[in-house]
Design a protein around this ligand. Structure first.
Ligand SMILES: *[C@@H]1O[C@H](CO)[C@@H](O)[C@H](O)[C@H]1NC(C)=O
Ligand SMILES: *[C@@H]1O[C@H](CO)[C@@H](O)[C@H](O)[C@H]1NC(C)=O
Ligand SMILES: *[C@@H]1O[C@H](CO)[C@@H](O)[C@H](O)[C@H]1NC(C)=O
Ligand SMILES: *[C@@H]1O[C@H](CO)[C@@H](O)[C@H](O)[C@H]1NC(C)=O
Ligand SMILES: CC(=O)N[C@H]1CO[C@H](CO)[C@@H](O)[C@@H]1O
Length: 816
């Protein structure tokens, strides 16, 4: 035995003593209602638990979707659901409360409870969350002398009032675990460490105050702060990020458990971003590593991202949110991510005893290779994690006398220290591909196609709010609309203008963000916008000016209020400076001119996107390509139960309403570096529609072709099994949403290539395989297939065979 192993033994003996002490204290909690913790784990109603939690935000889907989403999370092996509380949807005006519809927090938590899951409630009230203003209502900014998230009396007063109200609401409904309810943890503040420095001493005082205030609310369950290494006792600091098992686990005291409140399942997207992925393999690796390093609670951020309806997203964030999560925007299973982490949860649950009561040891198995073992001496309780940290090289390790193949960047889990039940790099879960289908019934013309109403461009004389210079935007819109018009008029002499017709003066605008459309003498001259990273931008476009009075009107706008960084209440946006260059007299600076402002669009004020309001204006036959145009038409809901979306590829930027409800902002003209829109499909929840005669209204800012808009249904009916025989002897296929397998589109055994939706046979292929798979699967909800050459009369000696079975099946909804 080498010296280093000696030291390991001594260390583990010490650990054993510590851990048995912890186990004893856990037993004394038996039959105690409520939640406590020690250095090992949370102890819920006297029981230690491994917690697999997923974020699902109630206002990002609909009450009609909640039961299905929660049930799918449960089937995916979760035992807890986490949500933020969204202050600005509950209290849009001071004292004016709303907890109905999508805002029904109590109903959401009760549904979680009904399905036997725990809940964790992140009250914030600062939540960030890519949510408008980080969750703060705009009126909070208008309170005299307020500084958000600091040791500031007005802020602390309102924060406390809100936290008290939410806690009381939960207590009245008996929703805390201490009352027999599902809520096992609450969170106060959010990632304050990121901004603490900016607030200096007042930040430190504020964190201490926030922790004490929260604890004083006496929920009977622990509070967490995420990434808060100075979290005041007994508040637990937890970890956020992609790789919490790697270097930092978030623990700020040895007597507090290691919890991971945000493990990003992908990355949220902003307009202009290319698509992103976090592979199922990488996610599973990170979670397995975290549990191998004493972690006991993981939360997938997001498990279901959903939709930023209306104007709820923060600056530049797309309307769909974390569509790459295990449940996609529509609540459909995103495979193999959903299935692979489900398999991981099953494997980890088999390790429960060892993880919660065993003694951890670490043994090196070579460079980048280690065995992390939890063992209870004197019993056969033993679980091992064999880790290969090398990002490229597959290898074989020997652990307790047995050889194990260990692919690169992977962890094998052995719940009995002998048998591998999962390797994070080997995905056995089925795959699925998402498809969109144009709905005939929804796109039928009915005799009435698109109608339009054009917004007028307001000139200075028609505006009411005047100032010497353009004013800050958010101060005027007060978060009631994205839009603020800026108008000014100025005179030019004939001599001011260039003599040559082909040389036109240039209108130059500098903006503090986020986007603008410019009109000169009622003619649209162009648009500009900033980015998520740099919201300010400048704009310069030639314009046709004339002798006499000229008008410049600029539609400035935000695309969601900011949600991150210090001093949110001091942010600025809108037109800043305006000049006309290239006049014979040089540059005309209009920044100190008299400017008029108009908040919002006329169509917004008249609510012409509602059935009632649409009668307030005169609609005419639609023309394409016109800026600042409202379009409307009626449509029937697509038949069936598949989710519904709308393809906006033919449009520019704006918003869509269905029966008066906003389905969010669209912005397809902002292309990613790959030349594609970040989002073309926009979700219309089924509950927004009735069977026929639905009113759709589109506000298009720059010009598009409404004839190109199509209502589509969304499916993940193409499911695939891609399994290699020497890893797993069986492959499984299962249709979701009570559908059955109608047909088999592709089968190959040998060395097939491609991914689900694009599978192709390789050089080794067995024609007999199709009949075998059809017989086993067609007409069934699920089927199990052997993965061996014999089962498919395949040539096992075919050069290049990988003994891989690839199947693509099509699911359909059962008739009747
Ligand atoms: C509350 O919110 C719902 C949407 O969830 C909305 O339909 C309703 O009008 C709101 N009620 C009030 C009083 O603002
Ligand atoms: C605002 O702060 C100033 C300076 O701290 C103080 O003098 C003033 O009384 C405060 N006003 C209110 C309404 O709290
Ligand atoms: C896991 O817990 C043990 C016992 O408390 C400790 O010695 C060890 O350092 C922990 N491992 C990690 C990675 O935190
Ligand atoms: C916004 O309005 C507040 C008063 O409501 C004022 O103190 C502040 O200076 C304004 N900000 C800007 C940038 O104009
Ligand atoms: C702190 C941290 O781990 N951040 C990572 C979170 O995940 C995203 C992608 O999802 C990474 O880009 C970050 O580096």
């Amino acid at each position: 035995m080498s010296c280093s192993t000696c030291r390991l033994c001594a260390q583990s003996l010490l650990l054993l003593v510590l851990l048995s002490a912890a186990a004893v204290s856990a037993h004394t909690h038996d039959k105690v209602k409520g939640v406590s913790y020690d250095g090992r784990s949370l102890i819920i109603n006297g029981r230690r638990e491994l917690l697999f939690s997923g974020s699902i935000h109630y206002p990002r889907s609909t009450p009609e979707m909640w039961p299905d989403i929660i049930a799918k999370a449960k089937r995916g092996g979760l035992n807890a659901i986490q949500t933020y509380v969204f202050w600005n949807v509950h209290e849009p005006q001071p004292g004016q409360l709303n907890f109905s519809g999508r805002r029904d927090l109590v109903k959401f938590i009760k549904l979680v409870h009904q399905q036997g899951l725990y809940a964790t409630l992140r009250i914030g009230p600062f939540i960030e969350a890519e949510w408008n203003f980080g969750g703060f209502p705009f009126w909070l900014k208008e309170i005299k002398n307020i500084t958000f998230r600091s040791d500031n009396e007005p802020f602390k007063h309102h924060m406390k009032k809100f936290a008290e109200m939410i806690v009381k609401m939960m207590k009245d409904e008996k929703l805390f675990a201490s009352q027999g309810g599902p809520i096992i943890l609450s969170q106060i503040e959010n990632e304050y460490n990121n901004v603490a420095l900016a607030y200096e001493e007042e930040g430190k005082n504020y964190v201490q105050w926030a922790g004490k205030m929260a604890v004083g609310l006496e929920t009977g369950v622990p509070w967490v702060m995420c990434k808060q290494t100075d979290a005041p006792d007994p508040v637990i600091s937890s970890c956020n990020g992609r790789n919490c098992g790697d270097t930092f686990t978030g623990q700020n005291k040895p007597n507090k458990p290691i919890l991971w409140t945000e493990n990003w399942t992908a990355q949220y997207r902003v307009f202009g971003d290319p698509p992103s992925q976090r592979s199922a393999e990488d996610l599973a690796y990170a979670v397995a590593l975290f549990f191998s390093k004493n972690g006991t609670l993981v939360n997938y951020y997001m498990y279901h991202g959903g939709t930023n309806f209306g104007r709820t997203s923060s600056s530049f964030v797309t309307t769909r949110y974390y569509d790459e999560a295990p449940l996609d925007e529509y609540g459909l299973l995103k495979e193999p991510k959903w299935g692979h982490i489900k398999d991981l949860h099953s494997a980890l649950k088999l390790c429960r005893k060892a993880l919660l009561w065993g003694t951890p040891t670490v043994q090196s198995l070579g460079q980048d290779l280690e065995a992390r073992v939890y063992e209870k001496p004197g019993s056969d309780v033993c679980a091992a994690f064999l880790v290969n940290k090398n990002p490229r090289v597959d290898t074989t390790v020997v652990f307790r006398g047995v050889a194990y193949v260990l692919p690169h960047h992977s962890i094998s889990i052995l719940p009995n220290c002998k048998t591998v039940v999962i390797n994070t790099q080997r995905v056995n879960a089925q795959h699925s591909a998402r498809t969109y289908h144009v709905s005939k019934e929804a796109n039928k013309k009915h005799g009435h196609g698109w109608k339009m109403y054009q917004e007028a461009v307001p000139t200075f004389s028609r505006t009411s709010i005047r100032a010497n210079g353009p004013m800050e935007l958010m101060n005027l819109t007060k978060d009631t609309t994205d839009y603020l018009w800026y108008s000014t008029s100025f005179n030019l002499e004939k001599d001011d203008l260039p003599r040559r017709q082909d040389i036109r003066p240039v209108v130059q605008i500098s903006s503090l963000g986020h986007a603008l459309h410019a009109f000169v003498n009622d003619v649209y001259i162009g648009s500009g916008h900033g980015t998520k990273i740099d919201k300010s931008f400048s704009f310069a476009k030639p314009a046709t000016l004339k002798p006499g009075t000229n008008h410049i009107s600029i539609l400035g706008m935000t695309v969601g209020l900011p949600d991150s960084g210090a001093f949110l209440e001091k942010r600025v946006a809108g037109v800043h400076r305006v000049a006309v260059q290239g006049l014979n007299t040089g540059t005309l600076d209009l920044s100190a001119n008299k400017w008029g402002h108009q908040v919002g669009m006329v169509g917004e004020k008249l609510r012409i996107y509602t059935q009632h309001g649409s009668h307030r204006v005169q609609w005419s036959a639609a023309k394409k390509g016109t800026p600042l145009t409202w379009y409307k038409r009626y449509f029937d809901a697509p038949h069936g139960e598949d989710p519904v979306a709308i393809d906006m590829s033919s449009m520019g930027k704006g918003m869509v309403w269905v029966n008066g409800q906003s389905i969010g902002r669209y912005w397809v003209s902002y292309l990613s570096p790959f030349g594609l829109p970040s989002q073309s499909m926009y979700h219309i929840p089924r509950s927004f529609m009735k069977p026929s005669g639905n009113l759709m209204v589109v506000l298009e800012e720059t010009g598009g072709n409404p004839e190109g808009i199509a209502v589509v249904t969304v499916r993940r009916d193409n499911i695939c099994a891609i399994v290699t025989g020497d890893v797993k002897p069986k492959a499984r296929l299962r249709c979701a949403d009570s559908k059955i397998i109608r047909s088999i589109a592709f089968v190959s055994f040998g060395n097939p290539t491609g991914s689900c939706g694009q599978l192709a046979a390789g050089s080794c292929h067995s024609p007999a395989a199709m009949a075998v798979v059809e017989k086993a699967c067609v007409g069934k909800t699920s089927c199990e297939l052997p993965v061996s050459p014999e089962a498919y009369a395949a040539d096992a000696s075919c050069a290049g065979t990988t003994n891989t079975l690839a199947v693509q099946a099509k699911c359909v909804r059962k008739k009747g």
